[in-house]
Design a binder for this molecule. Structure first.
Ligand code: PEP
Ligand code: MG
Length: 887
């Protein structure tokens, strides 16, 4: 016969912590604690299999269930010398949900179950306290009425308020036993009025009502949303835990509280928590009374005049501390526990791994490894890679009040405060005066680079997670909120219009780039602290990981920052990004807008020395580590001059009329620039561009190689290839330039030519392309764009709706779409290696810094991931976890 019910209590249990899937997290840990001989109120767990049955069979139960529950209740009653339904020695129960993954507050709970007009008197006699008994009964009617009978919680609150007003009482605690009795009569009348039925008096009917309510709450709207947000499958179901009630509200020798075995915000190894005397669990959470500290040390620190548990109940406290130590050692992790003291007797109600900040996670992991409790590999797996963001940037003090005026995408983490400016020129000007600014734009373009560099933070009202603003800001480590659609930029009047009013140029705002929030005014910040724990954990991660971690960088500042974060080379240098500063953009525009080869060569001649010296600097910073330089890949719309001023500037440099230039700009207009004249298509139309870049790279390699003494082997990458013939065409030009430079310098040097795989056709034809390509780098930004046929610049608005409606779980521009885009990556990997066994494989789309995507890269066997500088530590940790979990 199937076992649907598992018992625990009195130092034994039928389940254990390993039965999490069947018993849920709470049930499995209650069983484990009981099995360890810890004081756990006896109880039973109805398995998650029953939940599945319940939904598969029109909300009914398997036949054997009732019998198994009854038998277990009899066993529990025997342990506590009470009987369920007994009028003189009633067994009262708590009924709680408990899924495999913790879903705090999402599902329903019923306490004090078993109380009725008769048993309430027994409880009163037993406790020697009528007031307590009637208060418990009215709480039960209220909880059961709303959770099980579906009555509006407010109805009960209204009756209570009305009754208090009638009696002239301010607080619940003012009501006497007989006044609570009066309220119970009114509550029961309310139930009868609303439902046309009496409040159930039969404890068994109450119990099955509560069990059904818990199972039904698995499908309530809150729980469904929570599961979507946290990737919890609906098929898991919840368990139901039914436990003998213990009371923390039986007078001054009773109490209830919560504790963490270490401090969850700092990680400090010290018991941390609070309790209330003469209270039930919900009172601690409700925050009506100020809780007391557990330890004397904490009480002295907080300056509280209320006694600590240590002082008030020294023996209970000692027992509690020893249980906490035991639990932490047993689970090899920091625990979050709930407890109740009933007339001096300690009961443990829950234990689970405690949630913690990134800082605490690091400290706890490193200290536990030092204590020998866990291995260094386990320590590496204990820290959530994404949470390292919190440690690398200033963040908003979690206790600070926020006046949020709009929300957008959390495009680049960290927080920043500054005065609003609407143009990059204004940003630079104000920063020169020593002020701090937030650059606010509808969207940014390459022309904004100087403003973006100057600004503390960047806010756009349009654009997604891979929009220009987002990518560039992440690269710079500048906080950014993108696509804040609720805001409107009124450029003409230099105003930012919000739903709650208008902000002017110079007004101060704060961005929380980690949460995607725009906040009015300043907020208290916490500065990053790369403590010793961080360094040690990263060392262990580096030992454990197989994949290399490179960075996407083109400026010396980014390259240096990335090196300091541990980057092992550059995986993507976007050369077009090197032409924004100062006058460079003008030469770049000259080149794009020239309509003859001669004109282009003239502009290229201006660009060559700048490129060469940039590359020398990058090679120097990377000191012999691999550097992948991508040939120009400019979606033209990002580079064409727009304003009259810009046109005049370029026309003067090119010595052509502004009108002629305008015509040329019009002629270059593209309806769909992302799929237009970009990538290798540009090098095919104008090979002289690729030739100039190849020359700059080779000459820089000779120069840097000679200087640093380190061998520089540049990797030249051709973008947006779909056909092998495209790559061959460009490669021929590169090879020819290499021969020229070698003979001019009388030197020989090594270099690699490879391609990005960022079009489905390239992935499908990877076997053929690998005949020419010495490496592949997966450009998963474009590969996602072209596989889905969704514009990466326009995706934010509707992909958010897709997420809200549950059509996709995560934005595929943020976390790789493993089923679709991932299949293409796998195909290209297999076929590329089939042709060229030692082909070097990496990823340089934004996904290279996303932990879930990094796991995929490890599983697929890529050689490295490349990501923006501030993501390098995240990638190092995620790559290590992927290696460890694979073995
Ligand atoms: C990509 O497409 O993934 C890529 C890295 O190139 P870019 O973002 O510059 O188009
Ligand atoms: Mg691309």
């Amino acid at each position: 016969m199937t076992k649907w019910v598992y018992r625990f209590g009195d130092g034994s249990a039928e389940g254990s912590a390993g039965d999490r899937n069947l018993l849920g997290g709470k049930g499995a840990n209650l069983a484990e604690m009981s099995g360890l001989g810890l004081p756990v109120p006896p109880g039973l767990t109805i398995t998650t299999d029953v939940c599945k049955w319940f939904y598969d069979h029109e909300k009914t139960y398997p036949d054997a269930l009732k019998r198994q529950v009854d038998d277990a209740l009899e066993w529990i009653g025997g342990l506590v010398s009470r009987g369920f339904g007994s009028a003189d020695k009633p067994l009262l129960l708590s009924v709680r949900s408990g899924a495999r993954a913790s879903m705090p507050g999402m599902m329903d709970t019923v306490l004090n179950l078993g109380l009725n007009d008769e048993t309430v008197n027994a409880l009163a006699a037993d406790a020697g306290d009528e007031r307590f008994a009637y208060d418990s009964y009215r709480r039960f009617i209220q909880m059961y009425g709303s959770v099980v009978l579906g009555l509006d919680h407010e109805h009960f609150e209204e009756v209570l308020d009305d009754e208090k007003a009638r009696l002239g009482h301010e607080f619940d605690t003012d009501l006497t036993a007989s006044e609570w009795q009066g309220l119970i009569t009114r509550y029961k009348a309310l139930v009868k009025d609303e439902l046309g039925e009496d409040f159930p008096q039969d404890p068994h009917e109450q119990l099955w009502g509560a069990i059904g309510a818990v199972f039904s709450s698995w499908m309530n709207a809150r729980a469904i949303t929570y599961r979507q947000l946290h990737n919890i499958p609906a098929a898991w179901g919840t368990a139901v835990n039914v436990q003998a009630m213990v009371f923390g509200n039986l007078g001054e020798t009773s109490a209830t509280g919560v504790a963490f075995t270490r401090n969850p915000s700092t990680g400090e190894k010290r018991l941390y928590g609070e309790f209330l005397v003469n209270a039930q669990g919900e009172d601690v959470v409700a925050g009506i009374r100020t809780p007391q500290d557990l330890t004397e040390a904490a009480r002295i620190e907080s300056g509280s005049d209320k006694p600590s548990l240590e002082k008030l109940m020294p023996e209970t406290f000692r027992e509690f501390v020893s249980i906490c130590d035991r639990l932490e050692a047993h689970y090899s992790d920091m625990q979050d526990v709930e407890f109740t003291v009933e007339r001096g007797k300690l009961w443990m109600l829950q234990t689970r791994s405690g949630k913690r900040t990134a800082k605490a996670a690091l400290k706890i992991a490193v200290e536990m490894a030092d204590e020998g409790v866990i291995s260094s590999d386990e320590a590496v797996c204990r820290v959530e890679p994404g949470s390292l963001d919190q440690l690398l940037h200033p963040t908003i003090d979690p206790t600070a009040r926020r006046d949020v005026i709009a929300s957008g995408l959390p495009a680049s983490p960290g927080a920043a405060t500054g005065e609003i400016v609407f143009t990059s020129e204004e940003a630079v000007a104000r920063v020169k005066e020593g002020r701090k600014v937030i650059l606010v734009r509808v969207e940014t373009s390459p022309e904004d680079i100087h403003g973006m560099h100057a600004a503390e933070g960047i806010l756009t009202t349009r654009g997604g997670m891979t929009s220009h603003a987002a990518v560039v800001a992440r690269g710079m480590g500048t906080p950014c909120v993108s696509g804040a659609g609720g805001l409107r930029v009124d450029l003409k009047n230099e105003q930012l219009i919000t739903v709650s009013g208008t902000l002017k140029k110079g007004d101060v705002i704060t961005l929380d780039g980690s949460a995607g929030q725009v906040i009015r005014g300043t907020v208290t910040m916490l500065q990053p602290e790369l403590s010793g724990d961080f360094g040690r954990l990263m060392e262990w991660a580096d030992v454990a990981r197989r994949m290399k971690v490179r960075t996407n960088a083109e400026t010396p500042a980014d390259a240096k920052a990335a090196r300091s974060f541990g980057a092992e080379g550059i995986g993507l240098c976007r050369t077009e990004h090197m032409f924004f500063e100062g006058k460079r953009i003008v030469a770049m525009r000259e080149m794009i807008l020239a309509d003859t080869e001669k004109g282009r060569r003239a502009a290229l001649a201006k660009l060559l020395p700048m490129q060469r010296s940039d590359f020398v600097e990058l090679f120097d910073i990377m000191a012999g580590l691999p550097v992948t330089i991508r040939l120009l890949d400019p979606p033209l719309h990002e580079f064409l001059p727009k304003t009259d001023e810009e046109i005049d500037e370029v026309s003067a440099a090119m010595e052509v009329s502004a009108d002629l230039l305008r015509e040329r700009v019009d002629a270059l207009h593209e309806f769909n620039p992302m799929l237009g004249h970009r990538g290798c298509r540009l090098a095919i139309s104008y090979p002289e561009i690729a030739e100039m870049q190849a020359r700059a790279i080779f000459e820089a390699a000779i120069q840097a190689g000679g200087k640093a003494g380190a061998l520089v082997v540049p990797e030249i990458m051709v973008p947006l290839v779909g056909l092998k013939e495209e790559l061959d065409f460009v490669k021929q030009r590169i090879d020819a330039v290499a021969r020229e430079v070698m003979s001019e310098n009388g030197s020989d040097f090594a270099y690699l030519v490879g391609t990005m795989i960022e079009l489905p056709r390239a992935a499908i034809r990877a076997g053929a392309i690998a005949e020419s390509a010495e490496f592949f780098s997966f450009g998963t930004n474009d590969l996602t764009q072209t596989t889905f046929g969704i514009s990466r610049d326009d995706a934010a608005s509707f992909l958010q709706v897709y997420q809200q409606k549950g059509i996709i779980e995560r934005d595929p521009f943020v976390s790789l779409d493993i089923d679709g885009v991932g299949e293409l990556v796998k195909l290209a990997t297999t076929n590329g290696r089939g042709t060229r066994a030692d082909i070097k494989l990496g990823i340089c789309g934004e996904h290279g810094g996303d932990p879930a995507s990094i796991h995929f890269c490890e599983a697929t066997g890529l050689d490295y991931v490349s990501c923006s500088p501030f993501r390098v530590p995240i990638a190092r940790l995620a790559a290590a976890q992927a290696s460890i979990r694979k073995t």
